[in-house]
Design a protein around this ligand. Structure first.
Ligand SMILES: [Zn+2]
Length: 302
């Protein structure tokens, strides 16, 4: 039987409910000095605000070594009533100290499998997905290394692989590597940030692989393309890919939280949902927020 691996244990996919399929409660990176998501009270308030807006599940894409605070997630999930799914995996090299990456050479797949099956550190919390990242319009050696390890961990566990696309680019290179060379089934790959590069032909070609297409934001970094998200989603739905789409808030810095004055997680339901309902109709949007994530993150764990 397939299940979604949350921080409180495995749940039936249909129990997830309204899901923010790509977001962050905790995240730190040398790339974002002073803007870390590292405040448990704010994370709890943001989750509660999402719950109050009707949200019931959040998939946190923060990978290994970026301040996930896995040990804090069960309490937060219990306190707010929001299902939380936590990631393992590795982001781009720029987000880490070189020594940390050196320490993972030759054993990355093993670490990923351990976090998916045994737990993250001593927290007892098991990851429910593997997050990796591509580069700008291509893949560097680090991306190939991490994706190869992710594919190995996927084969060992069944876990889905969620991919940060740099500014939304490189989708087809990622699919060529993961699904072509490494043999990961398309429906076990989630491409993130597609909204940042709104090329409808690339979106359709990616969708034809059977992968999941995640649209996220808004954020200041995506501002130039945020307004094109509804039309990109509609074009994919009209092309017959409505059952491959996911939505997320992707809150990556403290100032983007709703409780700190940003759009944050509730914005997804407060503004993005009605905007998409106007574009696609309520039934389609319900599918994207409820039924698609239940399938995208459900795993026959092995
Ligand atoms: Zn993200």
């Amino acid at each position: 039987m397939s299940s979604v691996r949350t921080v409180l244990g495995d749940v039936r996919p249909e129990d997830l409910g309204v899901c923010d399929a790509h977001d962050h409660l905790f995240l730190r990176s040398p790339q974002l000095p002073g803007r870390e998501l590292n405040d448990a009270a704010a994370a709890r308030a943001e989750s509660a605000a999402f719950r109050a807006a009707g949200g019931t599940a959040v998939v946190q894409w923060t990978p290994y070594g970026m301040g996930r605070r896995a040990a804090d997630l069960p309490l937060l999930s219990r306190a707010t009533g929001v299902h939380l799914v936590c990631a393992t995996g590795l982001h781009q090299a720029a987000h880490y100290a070189p020594e940390l990456l050196d320490g993972l050479r030759g054993r990355l797949a093993e670490v990923l499998v351990d976090e998916l099956t045994r737990g993250i550190g001593t927290s007892g919390v098991r990851a429910g997905l593997i997050k990796v990242a591509g580069g700008f319009h291509g893949l560097d050696a680090h991306a190939r290394w991490t994706m190869t390890a992710a594919a190995e961990a996927h084969r060992a566990t069944g876990a889905p692989i969620a991919v940060h696309l740099e500014l939304g680019t490189g989708a087809l290179d990622v699919l060529d590597l993961l699904c072509g060379e490494l043999g990961v089934p398309g429906d076990r790959v989630v491409l993130g940030h597609l909204n940042r590069s709104p090329d409808p032909a690339v979106h359709r070609e990616a969708a034809a692989s059977g992968c999941w297409l995640a649209f996220d934001g808004p954020s200041r970094a995506n501002h130039a393309t945020d307004w094109r998200m509804p039309e990109a989603v509609r074009a994919l739905a009209e092309a017959g890919f409505g059952d491959r789409l996911l939505l997320g808030g992707d809150t990556v810095v403290a100032g983007a939280r709703s409780v700190d004055g940003g759009p944050g997680m509730p914005y997804l339901l407060r503004r993005v949902r009605p905007r998409l309902v106007a574009e696609l109709g309520a039934e389609h949007v319900e599918r994207i927020l409820i039924h698609n994530p239940a399938r995208a993150f459900a795993v026959e764990w092995r």
